[in-house]
Structure formats: C-alpha cells, structure tokens
Design a protein around this ligand. Structure first.
Ligand SMILES: [Zn+2]
Length: 113
C-alpha cells in the first residue's frame, strides 16, 4: 500500500512548514487528490492517523478534496474531463490525450495553532 509512504511524505512537508512558519500543532489537513493520481482516499484516511501519531499532527483531521482529471485532446484541440488514466476522449473517442491536471496529490491547506 503506497498510501503509507505518501502519508509519510505529507508529514515531512508539514514538519518543514512548521519550521519555516513557526507553528507547533496541526488541527486539520486539506489534501487535494487528483482523480488520476492513483491514490485511494479511503486508504489515505486509514494511513493518515497511524502516520501522524506522535507527531505535531497527532489527532489532526483529514479533509480530502477530489480534483477532477483533465486531459488535452490533440484532435479536438481542447481540454476534456477524464476520470481514468487511459480514458478515451469523451468528445471524439480518440486516444491522443495528454494528462494536464488531476494526476497529483498536494496539501491544499493546513489549519494550525
Ligand atoms: Zn477529442
């Protein structure tokens, strides 16, 4: 389950932010997870509590924001919505799609004290 290492990565970022911004405690973490990121939100929730235990985000809430997948379709010449990595274009049915959004996970916001 790679969500465990993803959660550890989130914790590293939080710890770095805590040093630069000078906060000591995190209450809520907003995570934006793209539809194409290959990340299971439920697995993230499961790992989050375990990974944050004993850290400055111990007991913090996790809010997951789902970001839609967006791809550029070459034949159509426009951005289209996709829900999976190997989807075809909903307009022309073509496969010449280049993913331009929704394939990443990032910390959107932190509620700290
Ligand atoms: Zn198309």
């Amino acid at each position: 389950m790679h969500e465990m290492s993803l959660c550890e990565g989130v914790l590293h970022i939080i710890e770095r932010e805590a040093q630069t911004q000078g906060f000591g405690r995190v209450k809520t973490v907003w995570l934006e997870i793209g539809a194409l990121a290959g990340v299971e939100p439920e697995a993230m929730r499961f790992c989050f509590d375990a990974v944050m235990r004993g850290s400055l985000a111990d007991g913090a809430g996790l809010e997951i924001i789902a970001a839609p997948g967006v791809a550029w379709c070459l034949p159509c010449g426009e951005n289209v919505a996709v829900s999976q990595l190997y989807d075809v274009c909903p307009n022309c049915g073509g496969h010449q799609l280049q993913i331009v959004g929704g394939d990443q996970m990032r910390i959107k916001e932190l509620e700290v004290e």
